[in-house]
Design a binder for this molecule. Structure first.
Ligand SMILES: O=C(NO)[C@]12CC[C@H](CC1)C2
Ligand SMILES: [Ca+2]
Ligand SMILES: [Ca+2]
Ligand SMILES: [Ca+2]
Ligand SMILES: [Zn+2]
Length: 324
């Protein structure tokens, strides 16, 4: 008896109802979505840490439920990891024609309840992991669509430019994840914004976020090359210096005046196409900010012509953040 596709109901981290693609094996329902690529699979690390007190051996146990209703508080992290992985899969497929992170339908695996009070999420080379947060700095991190899109974009990057996670190439790696995590949020269209992590950060504080793409300085990240971090923390400031290309991406899409330069704005769709082409056709593992600028100008030229408003805006945006 082979398993069959089923549709379950769930409640996400923020208490929102959603339907889930699940799989019934004759006795129980599991978080296997067979409607996308070679499947989306969600697992439970059950907050265990292994005998040496290091992180739990992955992926943990496949998420199983007796009645196809995923409505308990313990279920919420799994509901959103599963559902938002599907949203991100659809974004890449519908907008760029990319079939999963490897463009070959690779199964997408996520593990939730990872670690204990773990204030983080990551792509660990083979799958996503999501901590529950400590309940004060973070709630379950899979509850942020931009975070799920951010993490899955790390996988896309690994299978394309494979940007080294250090210094400027690392900051571009981070920025790509913020850009496509944000574009995923706009594609779904529920409370989209140019902030990162707002849905899962500091439940006790409203209107804050981890990072801002529209104004990186709001959270002390630079928005100009002259203010870049040159130290060794965080692999050379990959989560800080990402503010510089993030600000450029925001200006390319939305326009604005910055450092005495005015950018018109070409919109999110063109931003996404230009960035996706640069990530998959021109950037390499050691690309610098300057090479990001030239890759994006080349991509805009390929897609929309040599002297159009798109090339003008990409050029102006990188001038505005001090990258030549
Ligand atoms: O930027 C990140 N990882 O590279 C974050 C930080 C908070 C969200 C979960 C992980 C995004
Ligand atoms: Ca149930
Ligand atoms: Ca956001
Ligand atoms: Ca908050
Ligand atoms: Zn990241």
């Amino acid at each position: 008896h082979t398993a069959e596709d089923s549709i379950g109901t769930g409640v996400g981290v923020l208490g929102d109802q959603k339907t889930l693609n699940t799989s019934f094996d004759g006795s129980a329902y599991s978080l296997i979505d067979n409607t996308r690529g070679n499947g989306i699979f969600t697992y439970d690390a059950a907050n265990k840490i292994n005998e040496r007190n290091y992180f739990f051996r992955l992926p943990g146990s496949l998420w199983v439920d007796a009645d196809n209703e995923f409505t308990s508080s313990y279920d919420r992290a799994a509901v959103d990891a599963h559902y938002y992985a599907g949203v991100t899969y659809d974004f890449y497929k519908d907008v760029f024609g990319r079939d999963s992170f490897d463009d070959n339908g690779a199964p997408i695996k996520s593990t939730v309840h990872f670690g204990r009070n773990y204030n983080n999420a990551a792509w660990v080379g083979t799958q996503m992991i999501y901590g529950d947060g400590d309940g004060s700095n973070f709630v379950e991190l899979s509850g942020g669509l931009d975070v799920v899109g951010h993490e899955l974009t790390h996988a896309v990057t690994d299978y394309s430019a494979n940007l080294i996670y250090q210094d400027e190439s690392g900051a571009i790696n981070e920025s790509m994840s913020d850009v496509f995590g944000t574009l995923t949020e706009f594609h779904e269209g529920i409370n989209p914004d140019w902030d990162i992590g707002e849905d899962i950060y500091t439940p006790g504080v409203d209107n804050d976020a981890l990072r801002s793409m529209s104004d990186p300085t709001k959270y002390d990240d630079p928005d100009h090359y002259s203010d870049r971090y040159t130290g060794t923390l965080d692999s050379g400031g990959v989560h800080t210096n990402s503010g510089i290309p993030n600000k450029a991406a925001y200006l390319i899409s939305e326009g604005g005046a910055h450092s005495g330069i005015t950018v018109t704005g070409i919109g999110r769709d063109k931003l996404g196409q230009i960035y996706y082409r640069a990530l998959t056709q021109y950037l390499t593992e050691s690309s610098t900010f300057s090479q990001l600028r030239s890759s994006l100008i080349q991509s805009a030229t390929d897609l929309y012509g040599a002297n159009g408003p798109e090339v003008v805006d990409v050029t102006a945006a990188f001038d505005a953040v001090g990258v030549q």
